[in-house]
Design a binder for this molecule. Structure first.
Ligand SMILES: C[S@@+](CC[C@H](N)C(=O)[O-])C[C@H]1O[C@@H](n2cnc3c(N)ncnc32)[C@H](O)[C@@H]1O
Length: 211
C-alpha cells in the first residue's frame, strides 16, 4: 500500500513536503515518516495502551493517527507551524469520523518543541529530524528533568538519525541503544533509512548522576 492509500484508509492527508521561507538553520522542513518505515519499526517495537507518545515536530500528524489506529495509545503531537497544526486538526476531525469519536487520546499542541512541558505520563519520544542539535539537546534535557521528578523508563526513537543526535545521546546522556530497525528496500540505498531506539530504564538516571 502506498502512502496515499494509507492516508485514505485513515481518512487523513499527510503526504508531500513543506519548505519554510526564510528557513532557519535550526528548524527543518515538513515531510512525514513513510508508512512503510512505520510498519517496519512497529512490527518489531510494540507499544502498550498505557504508553504516552510525544512526536516532536509532528507536522500534519501522521504518526499520531497511525499509532492510535494500531495500538490505541495516547499521542501528543507538537508542531511549531500554525499552518501544519491546523492541518493536523483537520485530519483529527476527519479521523474522528472514522473512529466515531474514539480518538480522544490524540492531541496536538502548536508550540516550539523546546517549550513543551513534558508530562509524567509521556514515556516514548519520537524525532524524525525536526531540528538542530542545539534544540535536540534542550528537549532531551527537559525529558531528563521530567524523569528525575517522576521516575519511569523512557525511550527516544530516532528516524533517519543524524550523527550529531547519536553522538550526543551516546556520549552525553545515560540513554543506551536498545535496537536498530532498518527499513527494507530503502536502507540498501541510503544507510540513514533506519530507526534507532534508545532507552533509559526506570531509576537509571539517578544512578548515572551519582556515579
Ligand atoms: C521531518 S518533519 C517530521 C514530521 C513527523 N514527525 C513525521 O515523522 O511524520 C519535521 C517537523 O518538525 C517541525 N519542527 C521543526 N522545528 C520545530 C520546533 N522547534 N518545534 C516544533 N516543531 C518543529 C517542522 O515544522 C516539521 O513539521
Amino acid at each position: 500500500m502506498n502512502d496515499k492509500d494509507y492516508d485514505r484508509l485513515l481518512r487523513i492527508k499527510t503526504v508531500g513536503t513543506r519548505e519554510w521561507q526564510n528557513q532557519s538553520s535550526h528548524y527543518n522542513r515538513y515531510e512525514a515518516t513513510p508508512y512503510l518505515a512505520l510498519d517496519e519499526l512497529f512490527d518489531d517495537y510494540e507499544l502498550e495502551r498505557t504508553d504516552g507518545v510525544v512526536d516532536f515536530g509532528c507536522g500534519k500528524g501522521r504518526l499520531a493517527f497511525y499509532l492510535h489506529n494500531r495500538f490505541q495509545v495516547s499521542v501528543t503531537g507538537i508542531e511549531m507551524s500554525v499552518q501544519l497544526y491546523q492541518e493536523a486538526l483537520e485530519n483529527q476531525a476527519s479521523y474522528r469520523e472514522k473512529t466515531r469519536g474514539s480518538n480522544d487520546t490524540v492531541r496536538f499542541e502548536c508550540c516550539l518543541a523546546e517549550d513543551y512541558k513534558v508530562e509524567s505520563t509521556d514515556n516514548r519520544f519520537y524525532f524524525f529530524n525536526p531540528f538542530s542539535i542545539q534544540i535536540f539537546r534542550k528537549v532531551i534535557d527537559t525529558i531528563l528533568r521530567s524523569v528525575e521528578k517522576q521516575k519511569r523508563a523512557v525511550d527516544i526513537v530516532l528516524y533517519y538519525p543524524t550523527a550529531d543526535y547519536i553522538q550526543f545521546l551516546e556520549n552525553r546522556t545515560p540513554f543506551e541503544l536498545l535496537k536498530e530497525v532498518k527499513v527494507p528496500g530503502l536502507y540498501d540505498r541510503n544507510d540513514n533509512e533506519r530507526f534507532l531506539v534508545f532507552r533509559l530504564g526506570e531509576g537509571e538516571y539517578e544512578q548515572a548522576q551519582s556515579t
